[in-house]
Design a protein around this ligand. Structure first.
Ligand code: ADP
Ligand code: MG
Length: 493
């Protein structure tokens, strides 16, 4: 049974305007942009477009809410209760939110409902627990005299959160939940390709008891709204997820007031199959590792290294699975993966497919568009690519994997680390020593062994090398949303 999209869309999309100081408002200059459904290329709705003056307003609201508003002075228990309630509200509104994600981003509706929305809710529930557990230390010191010294962990202030379009609500939750748990106030800029779920979140946040001004949402474009937020002198920190190229721009723009930065950037993650792996499990896991979300995942296992003894069997099995994937409209319940999220991105990925072939690699399956409407690309496996070729070195961010043979462990560790990125990696082996030894030698922020793409709010995530700065999730993330204050009190004896 397929879903009646227009009825469901009309019911689900309630907000298309900027959210500033607890109100939905037009942009000051009245500007709007189109939000597009990548399954059809059609306009879903118009959305207010924030520019510098709107960002100023949002930052001012967040500043007031931080400096004199109720958020910082609210007890941690009350902050925790509001965040928990927001998690509950996401679950209660899962159908509407999943509809929005599918319309705007393209991903299968069934998947958004069972995965994206519960994951986002899980972040609020998990981080709610931390709001009451952000502690300092009492520190004995040796300086002459008699002192009581301790640290306090305090909110940083106004934080700018800039989010990409691959997992719009999930990555929003990765950032908003810890930022608020730690007592910061937020100006959130969703991606221009997928602005709608952040606006739905804003309404639910208000309903959950998060006061006006604490969470502001400014849809708009990177070079205007994003750049204004990043350069703003009254923003104390920016947490960004997106491409490495944009990450560099953000670093430069942030230098004015030396903003704190968290950057979660690109990846080109190695997924290594040793000859003693459970092949059936490894093939299925590697398939999801690259093709999940049409490969639009920063941690996608896009470089596959397969031992020469099992290369043909493994790659043959993966090819069969790739060819069995149903690519289609997200509202078709049989679709396993949807389109790429925008025309621009579809063109970028298509460019990589041509470059791969031009540089001498072989597409043993895929390599082409699916259908003639929307931005669908067939799951693609390349072999015979040189280690320094474009498709092995650059992040494609699409359903494209490059398989390479290896002979021994030292060789594959060197190949896996031969990249400027360092976000994640996979290892498939039944030898516990191989797993732990190789996990230690890989220069990557997350290593999955005999699984791939397992995320949890309790597990820190982030990159080595050019994959970024800092970590998200886990209690680790709280270090990136707080300042440490050292207090030394001279005590008379
Ligand atoms: P893509 O190029 O695939 O859209 P980006 O990394 O550029 O990926 O986009 C991720 C997010 O970064 C989006 O919200 C986008 O609007 C924002 N962004 C893009 N350029 C800038 C910029 N110069 N300053 C701040 N944010 C930006
Ligand atoms: Mg869209």
């Amino acid at each position: 049974m397929s879903i009646d999209i227009s009825t469901q869309a009309a019911k689900s999309i309630k907000h298309t305007r900027l959210f500033i100081d607890g109100q939905f408002v037009d942009a000051l200059d009245g500007a709007e942009f189109d939000s597009i459904n990548p399954s059809t290329g059609e306009v879903i709705t118009k959305v207010s477009e924030a520019k510098e003056a709107d960002v100023d307003r949002a930052v001012a609201a967040a500043r007031r809410a931080f400096d004199s508003g109720p958020w910082r002075t609210m007890t941690p228990a009350k902050r925790a209760a509001a965040l928990w309630r927001l998690g509950d509200l996401l679950l209660e509104n899962a159908k509407e939110l999943a509809t929005i994600e599918t319309l705007d981003q393209g991903k299968p509706y069934w998947l958004a409902e069972v995965s994206d929305i519960p994951s986002a809710a899980g972040l609020f529930h998990y981080m709610s627990g931390w709001a009451t557990k952000i502690e300092g230390n009492t520190i004995p010191i040796s300086a002459p005299g008699n002192y009581h010294s301790y640290t306090r962990r305090e909110a940083i202030g106004v934080v700018g959160l800039i989010v990409p379009w691959n997992f719009p609500l999930v990555i929003t939750a990765w950032k908003v939940a810890p930022a608020l748990a730690a007592g910061n106030t937020v100006v959130l800029k969703p991606a221009e390709q997928t602005p709608l779920s952040a606006l739905a979140l804003a309404e639910l946040a208000l309903e959950a008891g998060i006061p006006p001004g604490v969470l502001n949402v400014v849809p708009g474009f990177g070079p205007t709204a994003g750049a204004a937020l990043t350069a703003h002198p009254d923003v104390d920190k920016v947490s960004f997820t997106g491409s490495t190229a944009t990450g560099r721009r953000i670093m430069q723009a942030a230098q004015g007031n030396l903003k704190k930065l968290t950057l979660e950037l690109g990846g080109k993650s190695a997924n290594i199959i040793f000859p003693d792996a459970n092949l059936e499990k490894a093939i299925a896991g590697s398939k999801d590792g690259i093709f999940f979300n049409a490969g639009q995942a920063c941690a996608a296992g896009s470089r596959l290294y397969v031992h020469e003894d099992i290369f043909d069997e493994f790659v043959g099995g993966l090819k069969t699975m790739a060819e069995g994937i149903k690519v289609g409209d997200g509202f078709d319940p049989t679709s396993e993966i949807g389109p790429l999220a925008s025309l621009e991105h579809f063109e970028r990925v298509s460019g990589y497919l041509s470059t791969g072939v031009a540089e001498g690699a072989k597409a043993i399956t895929g390599g082409v568009r699916v259908g003639d409407r929307g931005y669908f690309v067939a799951p693609t496996i390349f072999t015979d690519a040189a280690p320094d070729s474009t498709i092995i070195q650059e992040e494609i961010f699409g359903p494209v994997v490059v398989a390479t043979k290896f002979r021994d462990t030292d060789e594959v560790v060197a190949l896996a680390n031969d990249t400027r990125f360092g976000l994640a990696a996979g290892i498939w082996s039944n030898d516990v020593s191989t797993v732990h030894n190789v996990a230690a030698r890989l220069r990557a922020g997350t290593v999955w062994a005999n699984c791939y793409g397992v995320f949890d709010p309790a597990l820190p995530f982030g990159g080595y090398k050019e994959s970024g700065w800092g970590r998200e999730m886990g209690h680790e993330v709280l270090n990136y949303f707080t300042e440490v204050k050292t207090v030394i009190v001279s005590v008379d004896e």
